[in-house]
Design a protein around this ligand. Structure first.
Ligand code: FES
Length: 137
């Protein structure tokens, strides 16, 4: 049912944890299942230097946040914004259709963290929309 890459990222997720002096923090919830994800970004000179996450959620949510954080480290803020849940799912060699909604959480959490970063630094990130629901406060 799950690809080898999904299992690897679920059993041994990368980038789990927090960043104390994070440049941006995003927390989102999945209305369908009630799972919650928090993403921490360390951004210097417009580059994602580090990304960490905490997920109170299912295996697919853990695997997608592990993969999404790996994919955005070293990228520019704009490139991180452009990372879609579809690209993350492809990098994981797919998810069962019933678990596709779980991958949206990682994309939304990254966007929410970028939004927080932009707000704190009073900058505009082209194409970035405010998080649907801000549950970080
Ligand atoms: Fe909730 Fe997967 S079932 S994120």
């Amino acid at each position: 049912m799950y690809s080898k890459k999904v299992m690897e990222n679920f059993m041994n997720p990368k980038n789990v944890g927090e960043i104390d002096d994070a440049s941006g923090i995003g927390e989102v919830g999945n209305a369908k299942c009630g799972d919650i994800m928090k993403v921490y970004l360390k951004i210097e000179d417009g580059i994602i230097k580090d990304a960490k996450f905490k997920t109170f959620g299912c295996g697919a949510a853990i695997a997608t946040s592990s993969m999404a954080t790996q994919m955005i480290i070293g990228k520019t803020v704009q490139e991180a914004l452009e990372l879609t849940n579809k690209a993350v799912v492809e990098a994981l060699d797919g998810l069962p259709p019933i678990k596709l909604h779980c991958s949206v959480l990682a994309e939304e959490a990254v966007h929410a963290a970028l939004w927080d970063y932009a707000k704190k630094n009073n900058i505009e990130i082209k194409g970035l929309k405010p998080p649907k629901e801000d549950i970080s406060h």
